[in-house]
Design a protein around this ligand. Structure first.
Ligand SMILES: Nc1ncnc2c1ncn2[C@@H]1O[C@H](COP(=O)(O)OP(=O)(O)OP(=O)(O)O)[C@@H](O)[C@H]1O
Length: 599
């Protein structure tokens, strides 16, 4: 994914990716219209204020029409009320719109990510995807809400105020308008440097947070190696670097503030100087001078803000691009337009026909070569082989996480390429080596096997998986939070939750990846018994690491270097004295006695 990212410069220049947000805005035309209307009302009301001020000064203070001053104050209060109402409405519409659009975008990106195929995740970093859903989405929210409305408001204000300046006094405006480009250029130049420095500060902070996140997630290792002071030292150095970067950005902003205020006031003083001469000569009324001054201040303020929002737009364009990159990612493995239905009554027959496969991230290196085997409904087949021989890859192809490069994988007579992956996976239950436990309750974790399962079904599955007793002994039984990654559970307990989940799923095909990590004898027996119950009446393919499992299998496939090198029962393979016999002696040492007995 990183390779596809355009350079930061290219990203800064192009605002085009923001147009990808338009379809989202279209769903909320009412909010958009409300925002624009209230924005225009607020801008126009602000622009009428100087006129009111002029009329008040020229007519209210001249001693002749003093009665009118009351009327003008009344009018000013009415204008203020309108301005306040329009601004409040603008805030409501614009912020709601921002939140709504970003919520939709987040939902779509997440939904799309869940559908992407394994080859995408082989190269993508999950942390990066999450940061797109959080940090990038937040930047987009800022643009859709405040930045876009600020830009629009300030554009209307700038144009409106300049027009009104010209209308009020063409002579003074020619002077001011001539000076504006110079001031803007200086401010924009400074603004760039401020932005570059603040971006640097953000990066430094991100580094510090990433370091903290990594260490917190591995806090047990950190404490076990008593590296607390080293880690704290590194973190505080990272935080200090972030602080220094922030200070440099704050300094630049302070200098910018100095120049911005100085230039604005200097130009106001210059206008006052020239204007007051006209007022003294009677060429201009004091009210007109005040009106002009107010317009000049409004124009300067609006222009200043406009120069700031440019950077925010560029950042959000980058964020929008990163999010739409994900939306444009097409899954390698998807449902065909007319998927072939699997037989209504699932049999659980599996067949690999001359399958060859290389992972997309390593195209030149075949992982499976010309692999053919069949598993009859209800049969239990054990796959054994040295580490890296391709055992897990067989499972990945069966679940259609990848498609083979040659040959076909067939379930119940249907080539998986022609089937809908959702339909297909519904017929399988998987118990992986390392059962994924979510930060949820014990019951919730089992229910991951079947989202609509009721409490009785969950408890029945837990009983069959021999997990019921330990779950009931937890503080709140099935409602106990088991912590992120199941940190509060033992290895054997995690596995039994995984087995309960598979029992609940009640699928005709069972894919079992036996854990390699040794459990104590008691847990081992529990897990083994639970697995045997689970395997009853189902087609089971098991990546076997234990002799006990192998002995119970109907057949053994021996895999080496992505090929099936031997096939048979334990007895026949041992007699053959080939790859299996050697592997069995080395790998199943802890079952050596059983091995001897079986021989
Ligand atoms: N996602 C992947 N992308 C690229 N190569 C992979 C991927 N997964 C596995 N491989 C490679 O494919 C080969 C077979 O891996 P596989 O996981 O199927 O082996 P295994 O027999 O299950 O090993 P183990 O018993 O150690 O789990 C290995 O060389 C491995 O490095």
């Amino acid at each position: 994914m990183a390779a596809k990212e355009p350079s930061p410069d290219a990203r800064r220049r192009s605002l085009a990716p923001l147009s990808r947000l338009l379809p989202y805005l279209k769903h909320y035309r009412g909010l958009v219209a409300g925002a624009i209307v209230s924005l225009i009302i607020a801008a126009v009301t602000t622009l009428t204020l100087p006129i009111a001020v002029r009329r008040m000064i020229d007519h209210g203070f001249n001693g002749v029409e003093t009665g009118m001053i009351q009327g003008y104050f009344g009018m000013l209060v009415a204008i203020a009320a309108l301005l306040a109402a329009a601004s409040a409405l603008r805030y409501y519409f614009v912020i709601t719109l921002g939140e709504r659009v970003v919520a939709d975008l987040r939902r779509d990106v997440f939904a799309h990510v869940t559908k992407l195929s394994s080859s995408f995740f082989d190269t993508a970093h999950s942390g990066e995807i999450v940061s797109r859903l959080t940090a990038d989405a937040t930047q987009i929210k800022a643009v859709v809400s405040s930045t876009a409305s600020q830009a629009l408001r300030n554009t209307i204000m700038t144009i409106g105020a300049i027009v009104m300046m010209v209308v009020t006094s063409p002579k003074l405006s020619s002077m001011v308008i001539g000076a504006i480009p110079i001031i803007v250029l200086i401010l924009v130049g400074f603004g760039r440097s401020v932005r570059a420095k603040s971006r640097h500060a953000q990066d430094m902070l991100a580094q510090a947070s990433a370091y903290a996140g990594e260490q917190i997630s591995a806090v047990r290792t950190l404490q076990a190696f008593t590296n607390e002071s080293m880690v704290v030292g590194r973190f505080s150095a990272a935080v200090d670097r972030a602080f220094e970067a922030a200070r440099s950005s704050i300094m630049a902003r302070a200098v910018l503030t100095f120049f911005a205020i100085f230039f604005i006031f200097a130009s106001v003083v210059a206008v006052l100087w020239f204007g007051s001469r006209d007022v003294l000569t009677g060429a201009m009324s004091p009210g007109t001078l005040s009106q002009f001054l107010l317009y000049a201040v409004l124009a300067a303020g609006a222009l200043g803000s406009l120069s700031e929002v440019g950077g925010d737009f560029a950042q959000a364009a980058g964020a929008a691009e990163r999010m739409s990159d994900i939306l444009e990612e097409v899954p390698d493995v998807g449902a065909p337009s007319n998927p072939q239905a699997l037989p209504a009554k699932a049999l659980g027959a599996i067949e690999f026909r001359q399958v060859s496969f290389a992972y997309p991230s390593r195209p030149g290196m075949p992982t499976l070569t010309d692999l053919s085997f069949a598993v009859r409904p209800g049969e239990t087949v054990a796959i054994v082989g040295p580490s890296g021989s391709g055992k897990s890859t067989i499972f990945s192809l069966l679940m259609r996480f990848y498609d083979p490069n040659a040959g076909s994988v067939v379930i119940d007579g249907v080539d998986l390429r022609h089937a809908d992956p959702i339909d297909l996976r519904a017929r399988m239950a998987v118990v992986p080596q390392d059962v994924a436990i979510f930060a949820d309750t014990a019951g919730g974790n089992i229910a991951f096997g079947k989202a609509d399962a009721n409490q009785d079904a969950i408890e029945a599955a837990a009983r069959d998986a021999l997990a019921d007793t330990f779950i009931r002994n937890l503080n709140h039984g099935y409602d106990t939070q088991v912590g992120e990654r199941g940190i509060t559970l033992s290895g054997g307990q995690r596995q039994r939750i995984g087995i309960a989940r598979a029992i609940l799923r009640d699928a005709p095909i069972l894919l079992l990846d036996e854990a390699t990590s040794a459990l104590d004898a008691e847990s081992e027996t529990l897990v083994q018994t639970a697995l045997e119950r689970l395997m009853q009446g189902r087609t089971t393919l098991v990546i076997a690491h234990r002799l006990a499992t192998i002995l119970k299998a109907d057949r053994i496939l021996v895999l080496d270097g992505g090929r099936i090198v031997e096939e048979g029962t334990h007895q026949t393979l041992v007699q053959k004295n080939g790859v299996y016999a050697k592997l069995a002696r080395l790998q199943f040492e802890h079952g050596a006695d059983a091995f001897q007995a079986a021989e």
